[in-house]
Design a protein around this ligand. Structure first.
Ligand code: 3PG
Length: 209
């Protein structure tokens, strides 16, 4: 697998993006996602206990767990120490990319323009997060941006729900679609793990090739 996101995210067509304020919910959350058929999950580093949440979820064993919203090289280091199998960033930062490479962990930086995509390619990457996909132009933007860059794989994320997911996945350059709709902080606050499982199962079923 090495540092290739396509390897570590193999078979993961839908990537639940998680913001988990209370680490006590991490275990039941991992159970619900795995029961819904998820293969992978991204824990965003937007909450104080994100590293702990990541470690708990990674221990579940049924999920490939990565870190999201990684903004600095130090955060990337912390995420990998906590067990992150991949690192996602909303934008492209060469220091984050460099640290992940040194640690041997795949990194998926966010890009929003052709110029940023060219910087990612120049940094030796071939998989990027298209972010924020829907506000930027959605599937039309994805198609237009993918055309001049054959071989580039995209993980569109941002404003995507179940209704839009399949459109993105039908494009051959799309590796996976990310989104928070399957497990929101609201679900976690209500303890609605049945809802998380149901939304995950629905997404996984509709994402099958
Ligand atoms: C992310 O960080 O990837 C996004 O916040 C997820 O986007 P969504 O919440 O619009 O699905």
């Amino acid at each position: 697998i090495g540092a290739d996101p396509a390897g570590v995210l193999d078979g993961c067509r839908v990537l639940p993006v998680l913001t988990v304020p209370d680490p006590r919910t991490a275990g039941p959350l991992a159970d619900a996602l795995a029961a819904g058929g998820a293969r992978c999950a991204e824990v965003t580093f937007r909450t104080p206990d994100a590293a702990r949440v990541l470690t708990t979820m990674a221990a579940h064993g049924g999920l490939v767990v990565g870190a999201g919203t990684v903004l600095t090289a130090a955060q990337a280091e912390r995420a990998v120490r906590a067990g992150a199998r991949f690192v996602v960033s909303p934008g492209l930062d060469e220091e984050v990319v460099g640290r992940c490479r040194a640690l041997g962990v795949p990194v998926v930086p966010g890009v929003a323009t052709a110029t940023e995509l060219m910087r990612a390619l120049a940094a030796g990457l071939d998989t990027v997060k298209l972010f924020p996909a829907e506000p930027l132009g959605g599937i039309a933007l994805l198609r237009a941006l993918a055309a001049p860059f054959p071989g580039t794989r995209f993980v569109p994320t941002g404003g995507i729900g179940l209704d839009r997911m399949a459109d993105y996945l039908s494009h051959p350059a799309v590796l996976a679609v990310g989104g928070s709709w399957m497990a929101t902080p609201g679900h976690l606050e209500r303890g609605d793990f049945a809802g998380i499982r149901r939304l995950t199962a629905e997404a996984v079923e509709r994402s099958a090739p």
